[in-house]
Design a protein. Structure first.
Ligand SMILES: [Zn+2]
Length: 362
């Protein structure tokens, strides 16, 4: 189990009125496109929760153009999103916001540019730097190690056994197969992906006005990464959160800042969105999951901070952390969610909190 977790630790260490819009677009393989307000559509990924990800993509269809949030993992999944958008409107995409630099949110940039020449890519200034440095290192590591991980997932399915050596549940079987398929698609397409950097790098806030629509692009503080952006639509009460919010299990990767992350989620909650679009997982109509995530991050940061103050090593700190209350809410009885919780919150999350408490940059 540890081996498999290590091999996938590259990963992003990785409401208004809803009108169901499923009929016209439900035929798309990996996405389900729904309309959540006038001109606001979300292409929600349909994979079950796993260790590998492709991102939800948002289309903001304005009077004369379109603003897109996040670009997918691969050219083929970006093409799926583009086909879905073209079935909605022929208007051109003017801006694409990359909420952060992780590959599942930027891998499709070149494909979007090909489809919409003249498109501008918006990201945080430091995300641009991270795409060039850590992003490239992670990409190479994944292209080398991803094949072994996919093979392991398929072997587990064949044996009917999970990573804990127990009988595989149906939920796990579906998730392992979806993970393997995503990894394999990246291995096929990843080597040829051209890294497309932001053309508009912002630090704090950038507001686009399109007719009546206000598109408020904001950096609320460090969190899932050093420089996540959220896209707030104040008139519609919709908040596009990137990976600051992920359902059902939060992603606290090795490039996260758990203490700052909790404060950032506090600022996000102050916006009082009626509807939250997470980076991964279904659209949330209540903010209770964000509250749980925030409280868990506060507990993680304060317990690890206390361990560091006692002079504990990272391994000692791992034994000092007790997040059972939050684990019970987020995981329940699901062994698949347990795997995700261990792989993200406990493994890289504790280490990230340890480094943050010591003042070290990820
Ligand atoms: Zn992601």
């Amino acid at each position: 189990m540890r081996e498999s977790l290590r091999s996938c630790s590259w990963i992003p260490a990785f409401a208004g009125t809803t009108i169901a819009f499923a009929c016209a677009f439900s035929a798309q393989a990996g996405i389900k496109v729904e309309k959540y307000a006038e001109g606001v559509y979300v292409a929600v990924r349909t994979e079950p929760p796993g260790l590998m990800f492709d991102a939800n993509v948002v289309f903001l269809v304005n009077d004369e153009d379109v603003v897109v949030v996040d670009a997918n993992l691969t050219p083929s999944s970006a093409k799926e999103s583009i086909a879905a958008l073209r079935a909605i409107t022929k208007r051109p995409v003017r801006y694409l916001v990359n909420t952060h630099w992780h590959i599942d949110h930027v891998g499709g940039n070149a494909t979007w540019r090909e489809a919409y020449p003249g498109i501008e890519f918006i990201a945080h200034t430091s995300a641009r730097e991270d795409m060039l440095k850590t992003g490239e290192t992670n990409r190479k590591a994944f292209l080398e190690g991803g094949g072994g991980f996919a093979k392991q997932l398929r072997e587990k399915v064949q044996k009917g056994e999970n990573f804990a050596g127990k009988a595989l549940t149906e939920e796990e079987r579906e998730a392992y197969l979806a993970d393997a398929t995503l990894v394999e698609s990246y291995l096929r397409e990843g080597p040829a992906i051209e890294a497309v950097l932001p053309t508009l790098a912002i630090d704090g806030r950038f507001v686009l006005r399109r007719g009546e629509r206000v598109i408020d692009i904001r950096h609320l503080g460090a969190g899932h990464t050093a420089a996540d952006l959220v896209v707030h639509l104040p008139n519609e009460g919709i908040l596009i959160a990137g990976d600051l919010v992920v359902f059902p299990v939060p992603l606290v990767g090795s490039t996260s800042y758990p203490s700052a992350y909790a404060a950032t989620l506090g600022r996000l909650l102050e916006l009082k969105p009626k509807l939250i679009v997470p980076g991964h997982g279904p659209i949330l109509r209540k903010d209770d999951h964000v509250w749980t995530t925030m409280r868990m991050l506060e507990a993680l940061a304060s317990q690890v901070g206390a361990a560091v103050a006692r002079g504990e090593t990272l391994e000692q700190a791992r034994r000092s952390v007790h997040l059972e209350k939050y684990r019970a809410t987020l995981v329940g009885e699901s062994p698949q969610r347990e795997l995700i919780f261990r792989s993200y919150v406990l493994q890289p999350g504790i280490e990230a909190a340890y480094n943050e408490a010591k003042g070290k940059k990820p």
